[in-house]
Write a protein that binds this ligand. Structure first.
Ligand code: HEM
Length: 292
């Protein structure tokens, strides 16, 4: 289903770039990376691509950002209630008039033998928006920055757009949008001479694994044609549900930027990274360019 949505995702990317193309400058985060994931999730679900969804998607994710204050929880509660009300009315509408979209399929699952209840359906919608937002934003922002720092690789992609699949894998490896995941050991295990006891919490640094010299020759070198398997989306039973969706968005967005915008240059000498140790991404990425 996601593969068949490439033309729709391309259209969203083209529209977002179309808004800034004349100006010759943009903030890659605010103008493309931030609006894109919520618009794509809305399109997959089959709901209107309203600007409000991007803000909700951002805010809802922060429930995972511990510790947060009571005041933050109160704000997040308000956001969750607004989201709930908005989606409850969309669900009621769609129940009367089903379409060929994910929301209608989820409603059908709810109505067929109670595979989902109403709250679970709402939770899936909130989850799709929240977990797919900042992660995908970081993929696009970190990738553009890596290409700006490696003009030879940017030129290579411009000359050979068909290498985009391996390019996105390498960009995900080089500056991973999710740096850290956690596990609770269920039994004693020895790794690298250290014993991890049952019940211990372990933080696994995906960002470091993806630069492991034992796995990747010359790991700090960006090589868009590198053939390898890295771990940007985790592994095992918790492997990212949205990996395909994220890859497709990254492939379309990065190829559009590289192909459509000439002479792309960083327009700041002070980059601001978001303060988060799990997710690695820029608060802003101002660039200038000339149009083709
Ligand atoms: C570049 C973008 C993305 C990156 C780098 C990323 C990364 C990850 C990683 C590393 C995990 C594993 C967490 C763990 O093992 O504890 C994960 C899980 C997950 N991701 Fe993503 N993700 C991205 C985009 C998305 C999108 C677009 C969605 C929404 C469809 C999504 C939905 C999920 C869900 C639901 C899980 C939990 C799966 C489970 O626990 O069974 N992700 N993601």
């Amino acid at each position: 289903m996601l593969e068949s949505m490439r033309p729709q995702i391309q259209k969203i990317v083209d529209e977002l770039l179309g808004k800034v193309q004349e100006a010759g400058s943009m903030d890659v985060i605010a103008d493309l990376a931030c609006p894109l994931p919520a618009m794509v999730t809305a399109t997959i679900l089959g709901v209107p691509t309203e600007q409000q969804l991007t803000q909700w998607a951002h805010d809802l994710f922060y429930v995972f950002d511990q510790p947060i204050s009571i005041k933050d929880y109160e704000y997040l509660n308000k956001v969750a209630l607004e989201f709930r009300e908005y989606f409850s009315s969309l669900i009621a509408e769609r129940e009367k008039k089903p379409k060929e979209d994910l929301l209608s399929y989820l409603i059908a699952a709810k109505n067929q033998g109670g595979k989902l209840n109403h709250d679970e359906l709402l939770a899936i919608c909130a989850m799709l928006f929240s977990v797919g937002q900042e992660t995908t934003e970081n993929l696009i922002g970190n990738s553009v920055l890596a290409l700006l720092h490696h003009p030879d690789q940017m030129q290579k992609l411009k000359a050979q757009p068909t290498i985009i699949n391996s390019a996105i894998e390498e960009l995900l490896r080089y500056d991973s949008p999710v740096q850290l995941i956690s596990r609770l050991a269920i039994e004693d295990v020895e790794i690298g001479g250290e014993t991890i006891r049952a019940g211990d919490r372990v933080d696994l640094c995906l960002g470091a694994a993806n630069r492991d010299p034992a796995q990747f020759p010359d790991p700090d070198r960006l090589d868009l044609t590198r053939q390898h398997y890295s771990l940007p989306f985790g592994a095992g039973i918790h492997y990212c549900l949205g990996a395909t969706q994220a890859r497709i968005q990254g492939q379309i967005a990065i190829n559009a930027i590289v192909q459509r915008l000439c002479d792309l240059k960083l327009n700041t000498n002070k980059l601001e990274w978001r303060k988060n140790i799990v997710l690695r991404g820029l608060a802003a990425l101002p660039v200038t360019f000339s149009c083709q």
